[in-house]
Design a protein around this ligand. Structure first.
Ligand SMILES: [Zn+2]
Length: 312
């Protein structure tokens, strides 16, 4: 089952001739969640061959332009493509004003509704759930109200081995019993061990998105054991004063968060354009946290289960 992040934009502040501002798509079992929507997001979606009709949920971390300037163009394109199904947008309350503005000036004749889900609470909150994934929002530490997002697969029921259904002539009730992890009592009194008829399942995988934010130890518990942590690394340690002033993190701080929260893998991004050698940013983080990757646009990053996948 797919669980992977596609980076659409890796730059902070400005688009350049080679880089786009923040935008990412998380594919969870073919559900596509757009996380932040900087300028040019729809162009990058096309390059990544992600169909617009697959996007039903957009998560906006905060109301800085490099995270939202792509929204209005995307809304408009949805209209031009004849979208009819609702679009759900999650983000800070100020997002309502931006969407009202769109509706007032550009939304006449729109065939689809934009459902806004303003995030208010200053603590961890579940904001979305379906049968395969649940999504939480939690506060980050930036110059304005900003939220991070945690995506967690739900534990899936055990798989029944098809040949065992035939071999033991299992009925519907017995299959449900096995899927919930129990042994099966046969009509003749024989007990069939669960492990004999079911297959090992992976535990749930998780992905967390933290951008924009200063180093914020309060989130260590929320991020605990996350399989893939995306953390901004706008600056390098030589500019840590600037990072503090602007509510951003250095590569060293991003790696420290990964280490303290026992993340399994770190992906850094949201790079300042002042650094001409991106590999030096990666090296700074890797010194602290070895399993660090650097965001490259249009590249896919699978969320992998790195913990032991022992049976529950
Ligand atoms: Zn920002």
């Amino acid at each position: 089952m797919t669980f992977e992040l596609t980076v659409l934009g890796s730059s902070s502040a400005l688009p350049t001739s080679t880089k786009y501002p923040a935008a990412h798509v998380l594919n969870v079992h073919e559900r596509f969640f757009l996380i932040d929507c900087g300028e040019g997001t729809q162009i990058q979606l096309r390059k990544a061959k992600i169909r617009f009709s697959r996007i039903h949920h957009i998560f906006i971390s905060h109301m800085h332009g490099d995270h939202v300037f792509g929204l209005l163009g995307l809304f408009s394109t949805f209209d031009l493509l004849g979208r009819k199904v609702p679009l759900h947008v999650y983000g800070p309350p100020e997002l309502c004003n931006l969407i009202d503005f769109y509706r007032q000036y550009f939304g006449a004749g729109s065939l689809y509704t934009i459902e806004i889900h303003p995030l208010h609470k200053r603590t961890d909150q579940k904001i979305y759930e379906d049968k395969i994934v649940e999504i939480h929002a939690f506060p980050l530490k930036h110059r304005i109200t900003t939220f991070g997002f945690l995506f967690r697969e739900k534990n899936r029921p055990l798989n029944i081995k098809k040949d065992k259904i035939t071999e033991f002539n299992l009925n519907f009730e017995q299959i449900i019993t096995a899927k919930t992890g129990n042994d099966i009592r046969m009509g003749n009194g024989r007990l069939i061990p669960n492990a004999l008829v079911t297959e090992l399942q992976n535990k749930s995988r998780s992905f967390a998105y933290c951008s924009d934010t200063a180093f914020y130890e309060k989130n260590i518990d929320i991020l605990k054991d996350v399989d893939l942590l995306y953390h901004e690394a706008t600056f390098m340690d030589t500019d840590k004063k600037l990072a503090k002033q602007t509510g951003h993190s250095t590569a060293r701080q991003a790696a420290t968060m990964a280490k303290l929260s026992n993340a399994k893998q770190l992906l850094i991004g949201h790079f300042s354009n002042r650094y001409k050698d991106p590999l030096s940013i990666l090296a700074e983080a890797s010194d602290i946290f070895a399993d660090t990757l650097m965001a490259e646009e249009l590249k896919k990053y699978p969320v992998e289960l790195k913990r032991d996948s022992a049976r529950r």
